[in-house]
Design a protein around this ligand. Structure first.
Ligand SMILES: [Zn+2]
Length: 758
């Protein structure tokens, strides 16, 4: 290279960049790194046949000015350190000039219009994707060049992001693109949501808002929160993450301890709710319960439960006459259904026949301010029980049922004197046969512990060390469902492989719940997004995260075994044994997990249709091979077998699924009388191993003539109406729901569900 004098050198540098092509060459090498003679020509869209001579001259100028040099081994031109400086300088001037000229205007996500600024891309790449600044700089320059060339008329921040992401993909920088991507819905999908919302049972602008939000948060979970192995397991249908839209936001349910709000130990949300004094009357106590349920509604995905409802409330009923209690309960129930909607149960109360042993001597404060024990309020607890049952048997002003709360009746050792409580049992069965919104929990059988509680998604928690610590102020974190037929397809008839596959999936499912727990910990205790759950009660938080379990459920046990062994578990003992082995493996893995995980046969949303469709899509089975995967029970509801046999098999699985189960007696009309039902309930409790069961009676409500007709009707027996305001109420996936709110999966569920005769 020719040696230049200092004063010549500046002049030569400046004159070398006073040409458009030479500027482009410097910028190009700055962006893309060393390039050969022909590469540069191609990228600048110059024809080597025509322009080679002239182009050589430009390169020579840059070379002589000391801005570029060529590498002899590769023949490529690179920027010298002076060339690097000068090309950056050119970019800076360009940025400055562009801004002044406002050459490209951008509509930003914060709803402003600003001149294009390349540096914002650099900052975003560094901040969001942790990209080295040098690489970010070169990507941003390329994006700017391309945007300019494309002459886009309507430039938005989202579009720039798409542009940058495309460049990252082209350059094989996929990992960076992964974190930079945007979440959300195509414009078309949002339009469709808006157009279709009126077809839902209870349309509202809020629903559109939540559907749009769901899609963002579900994608967020899959992209950012879960490792790819777990996200892929969900996407390919090996597992199903229930409540995916809320996975990163809240637990599935909660079991409250209302003593804390009744005794004024914690406040609910005194910023926004009207706040009374410490409740001293029955009316104030009910007000507080309502406030608690309302506040917590948005903190859980599925449901809330209040264990010991009639016991913890009992001190407030002391000295209050029956009429008054009834009046207040009516108001309370109406308000509750006003807040939650009366069509789908979202809240359940657990009622007890008397005071359990472990509560008998627990201290409580009476409305007179004196100290008592709960044992002192036996009479009040029974009075509350009876009146609540009576009030819930009523309807609203247009004869439809109020389905909040559902009642979970706990029958304990003391209740062994069922005869003593026989009348109460009959009254309870009267409510059960009226609305079907009652569940019976059998605490008597050996595998139940001192205290168990079931929530409305039929998940179950039990006391391991302590009735209080393990069963109240806890909540189910979430539910991960295992696709059992999938492992059967992959095992190809080999028992050992079948079990091996199950172990593999269990590892993934447990890890997913592990992550959910960490997410909840961050949400509640670091980010402070659920203030009530963080509230301090004697040194620990209201929500006991440590003992709150994750649930692992399954679908298609029946179909998996049928495929694997060729036999039905209802007929073949060795198939049944293998089925029990599989559920035992699930239970065993759960018990060995580092966090509390419980096995369950209940899903909290329709799951199996999605998993079945994915098994078809990936070629495991053909479309008409199998029509359903059984969910929420072990034997399909369409199976025509004796009730006795069904009971015998289901009770064995209930014992293995300590995280949730249900036996649903779907009974035909004419429905048994309350006495028959009460005697039957007594017999089930005394002679079977069922932990929880319910009686389901379907009924049809006509919005036209406002009457209820028992049974499933497509035409109102009273007025003949047959339009879409005729709703069938029955249990779907274990919970009451009128047909106008059923989705396709729920319709299918009902279509295959058979009723029994007692
Ligand atoms: Zn009618």
């Amino acid at each position: 290279m020719k040696k230049l004098r200092k004063e010549d050198s500046l002049e030569s540098v400046l004159s070398s960049i006073s040409n458009k092509i030479r500027i482009e060459i410097l910028k190009l090498i700055n962006r893309e790194g060393p390039l050969s003679f022909t590469e540069i020509m191609e990228k600048l869209q110059m024809d080597p046949k025509i322009h080679a001579g002239k182009f050589g001259y430009h390169l020579k100028m840059l070379n002589e000015a000391g801005l570029i040099a060529s590498d002899e081994s590769t023949g490529k031109y690179y920027l010298t350190s002076l060339g690097q400086e000068v090309s950056n300088f050119i970019y800076n001037i360009e940025d400055f000039v562009n801004k002044k000229k406002s050459e490209m205007l951008v509509r930003t996500s914060s709803l402003t219009i600003e001149p294009f600024d390349r540096k914002k891309i650099v900052e975003a790449l560094v901040r969001e994707a942790n990209m080295p600044r040098r690489l970010a700089d070169s990507i941003s320059k390329e994006a700017e060049e391309r945007l300019k060339k494309s002459q886009i008329k309507y430039l938005t921040a989202a579009l720039i992001r798409e542009f940058v992401n495309a460049i990252l993909l082209e350059k094989g920088l996929e990992e960076y693109r992964h974190v930079l991507t945007r979440l959300g819905q195509p414009v078309y999908d949002v339009t469709i949501t808006i157009k279709n919302t009126a077809k839902l049972g209870d349309p509202s602008p809020e629903i559109i808002h939540s559907i749009a939000g769901n899609s963002v948060l579900e994608e967020y979970m899959l992209l950012k929160v879960l490792p790819r192995t777990i996200a892929d397991a969900h996407l390919c249908g090996m597992i199903h993450l229930n409540n995916a839209n809320y996975w990163v936001l809240r637990p599935a349910n909660i079991f409250h301890d209302i003593r804390l709000i009744l005794n004024d130990k914690i406040s609910i949300n005194d910023f926004v709710l009207p706040y009374p004094n410490k409740p001293i009357t029955f009316k104030e106590a009910l007000f507080m319960v309502n406030a608690l349920l309302k506040q917590t509604m948005s903190y859980v995905s599925v449901a809330q439960s209040i264990p010991f409802f009639n016991i913890f409330l009992a001190p407030f009923a002391k000295g209050v006459d029956e009429k008054e209690i009834k009046k207040l309960f009516r108001e309370f129930i109406f308000n509750l259904n006003l807040i939650l909607g009366c069509h789908i149960p979202k809240v359940s109360f657990e009622l007890e026949f008397g005071i359990p042993d472990f509560l008998e001597n627990v201290k409580c404060i009476g409305v007179d301010g004196k100290q008592y024990t709960y044992g002192d309020f036996f009479d009040e607890s029974i009075r509350i029980y009876n009146i609540l049952i009576e009030v819930l048997s009523e309807t609203d002003g247009i004869s439809k049922p109020l389905l909040n709360p559902a009642l979970f009746i706990k029958i304990r050792k003391k209740g062994k004197l069922l005869d003593k409580f026989y009348e109460i049992l009959v009254r309870t069965c009267q409510l059960a046969r009226k609305w079907g919104n009652v569940y019976f929990i059998n605490q008597e059988i050996p595998w139940q512990t001192e205290n168990v509680s079931y929530n409305l998604d039929l998940s179950r928690v039990d006391s391991i060390s302590n009735w209080e610590y393990d069963t109240i102020r806890v909540g189910v974190l979430d539910n991960v469902t295992i696709n059992l037929p999938r492992i059967a397809y992959e095992a190809k008839g080999d028992d050992e492989r079948l079990k091996e596959k199950l172990y593999e999936i269990m590892e993934i499912a447990i890890e997913a719940l592990n992550i959910k727990k960490q997410v909840m910990e961050e949400m509640i205790f670091i980010d402070g997004i659920i203030p009530l759950f963080k509230k301090n009660v004697n040194g620990s938080s209201y929500f006991r995260l440590k003992t709150s379990p994750g649930i692992i459920s399954y679908v298609g046990l029946f179909e998996a075994l049928k495929y694997h062994t060729g036999n039905s578990i209802s007929e073949d003992n060795s198939a049944l044994k293998l089925a029990k082995d599989l559920i035992s493996i699930i239970a065993d893995c759960c018990s060995k997990a580092s966090i509390r995980v419980l096995p369950s046969s209940m899903v909290s949303e329709p799951v199996s249709k999605r998993l079945l469709n994915l098994d078809i899509k990936y070629g495991y089975i053909k479309p008409k091979d199998i029509l359903y995967y059984t969910e929420c029970s072990n034997l399909p509801l369409y199976l025509a077998i004796e009730l006795k046999t069904r009971l015998k098999i289901e009770e064995e699985f209930q014992k293995l699924t300590k995280g949730g189960h249900l036996f649903d007696f779907r009974l035909e009309e004419p429905f048994p009388t309350e006495e028959v039902l009460a005697n039957y309930t007594k017999r089930i409790i005394e002679t079977t191993q069922l932990g929880i069961f319910t009686f389901t009676r379907s009924y049809t409500y006509c919005w036209k003539c406002k009457t209820i007709s028992y049974g499933t009707h497509i035409r109102c027996p009273n007025c003949g109406y047959d339009g879409d305001k005729l709703a069938v109420y029955t249990k779907v996936y274990g919970r009451n729901k009128p047909s106008i709110f059923w989705n396709q999966e729920e319709k299918d569920f009902i279509a295959i569900s058979k009723s029994f005769i007692l």
